[in-house]
Design a protein around this ligand. Structure first.
Ligand code: HEC
Ligand code: HEC
Length: 254
């Protein structure tokens, strides 16, 4: 200790000028610094190395791989940052993403989330027509709350960090998420809202919803997202934010 203390004091002194230079308080410059270091992580993998370079799976434009890796471009910044924290903490375990999120520090996870949130959403494609009735209305007799009540009639999300955009994601990805909410593998939903919503959904219903959503245009996050973005990033960054939503694994889905 007696040897280390002076050494770390020296280290702080030596780094101070560099740290002060980096801590620019002008908002515009800070935003640019955020997304610039986020872009480096997206292209290089940052501290996680090349195997973690986001673009190799999520595409150069953040549009996803069309199958398992979702679109990140244009999603709500608070939502993206929460997912990175939940992968790192194990609330949303995944073979690829847990390792990748753990390989970054919290600043890296924030920066890369800000970078992808700032990319334009992919252009609209042809819609597969009307939404499934179960999506729009739910089914009170089975306790299924309408997906639209939280995710919007077109899957565009509510504009708050909590209720994400689910339109324009790959069919297989969305179906997989529904399965994971059902089995309790993914359990990062506040108050268990998603586990409850999909509990009684049949497989054909889940497939119909995932297929329709995959053809819905990916819209830019609704206007309020920009306004609440940094607030929800801050909320997600608080150490307790994800822990509040933790609940024990229940194989019966309750
Ligand atoms: C080896 C391929 C691979 C790499 C590299 C990769 N991802 Fe992923 N990512 C995936 C897959 C597959 C999923 C879906 C996992 C699941 O079902 O939870 C995913 C999911 C995500 C999600 C969840 C999105 C949502 O809509 O909930 C985020 C956020 C994310 N990745 C960010 C990143 C970032 C940031 C990087 C780079 C630091 C990265 N990923 C690198 C494969 C990858
Ligand atoms: C009471 C509100 C509510 C209802 C009802 C609801 N959801 Fe969600 N959903 C959420 C929230 C909140 C999240 C994000 C949880 C998190 O932080 O990861 C979410 C996440 C999702 C995701 C994951 C998105 C991604 O990018 O990984 C999918 C897919 C989804 N919901 C589909 C549905 C479907 C299908 C229904 C109807 C059967 C439904 N939701 C009903 C609130 C709701």
């Amino acid at each position: 200790m007696s040897v280390r203390a002076p050494l770390s004091a020296l280290f702080v002194l030596a780094c101070l000028p560099a740290c002060l230079a980096a801590c620019d308080s002008t908002p515009g410059q800070t935003d640019r610094a955020f997304t610039a270091s986020g872009e480096i992580i997206a292209m290089s993998g940052g501290a996680g190395g090349a195997a973690s370079a986001c673009f190799t799976c999520h595409g150069l434009d953040g549009g996803g791989d069309g199958v398992a890796a979702p679109r990140l471009a244009g999603l709500d910044v608070g939502y993206l940052q929460k997912q990175m924290e939940d992968y790192a903490s194990g609330l949303r375990p995944d073979d690829a993403m847990t390792r990748i999120a753990k390989g970054l520090d919290q600043k890296g996870r924030r920066d890369v989330a800000a970078y992808y949130a700032g990319l334009p959403a992919p252009p609209a494609q042809a819609s597969a027509g009307a939404a499934p009735a179960i999506y729009l209305n739910g089914d009170a007799s089975r306790g299924i709350v309408a997906c639209a009540s939280c995710h919007g009639a077109e899957g565009q999300g509510s504009g708050q960090g909590g209720n994400p955009q689910i339109a324009g994601q790959p069919f297989a990805y969305t179906l997989e998420q529904i399965e994971r909410w059902k089995s309790g593998k993914r359990r990062n939903d506040p108050r268990g809202v998603m586990a409850a919503a999909v509990k009684s959904l049949s497989d054909p219903e889940a497939r119909a919803i995932a297929l329709w959503l995959s053809t819905q245009p990916a819209s830019p996050a609704p206007a309020s997202a920009a306004a609440t973005g940094s607030a929800s990033v801050d909320a997600a960054a608080r150490p307790g934010a994800s822990r509040e939503t933790r609940r024990p694994y229940r194989s019966d889905g309750a």
